[in-house]
Design a protein around this ligand. Structure first.
Ligand code: NI
Length: 176
């Protein structure tokens, strides 16, 4: 495994609370390298998404990388997508409540309501402008990561404190 040079900031760090800045396109070599490192960092932590502010980089970059997990056996497996300067143009469908976790909020899960569908416009790595619609688990990841760019965390979105539980208790729910 490659050495991990990016540290994940944790809940309470003020840099997780700032608004991320848009990037000029095309990206330079250092920015491409950063995105590779973000993907490595996410995969090493078994995450399904990560946002640049989580490693202290105040730029509008998110990585979306759904794959089947214990909780979401039907989640689609996809190549990680880097979305630069993403904008959620539309969200719709049902409002769906489900458990979320975050690399910046270790050992916690929260019940969060998200839109079933999102349409997101973003720049890809080749500086092309993409506009795509996503549903279900991938739409949830996008909404979670997009929140990081606004300085928001999933704990801000739980309706009540009783909807926050530890990872241990969450694992018990899965097998019950
Ligand atoms: Ni997160």
């Amino acid at each position: 495994m490659k050495p991990l040079c990016l540290d994940i900031l944790k809940l309470g760090n003020p840099r997780l609370r700032s608004q991320a800045l848009p990037l000029d396109m095309p990206l330079n070599q250092a920015q491409h390298r950063l995105i590779e490192q973000l993907i490595d960092r996410m995969q090493a932590s078994n995450g399904v998404g990560i946002a640049a502010p989580q490693v202290g980089i105040p730029w509008q970059i998110i990585i979306v990388a759904s794959r089947p997990t214990l909780r979401y056996p039907q989640a689609p497996r996809m190549e990680p997508i880097a979305m630069i300067n993403p904008q959620i143009l539309e969200d719709g469908g049902e409002q769906i409540q489900d458990w979320e976790g975050c690399l910046s909020v270790p050992n916690m899960r929260g019940l969060v309501t998200r839109a079933q569908h999102v349409t997101v416009r973003y720049h890809d790595l080749a500086a092309g402008c993409q506009c795509e619609r996503f549903s279900g688990f991938i739409a949830r990841i996008i909404q979670h990561e997009y929140d990081h760019l606004q300085g928001r965390l999933f704990v801000d979105r739980v309706k009540q404190s009783a909807d926050l539980i530890t990872e241990d208790e969450y694992q018990k729910l899965l097998i019950s």
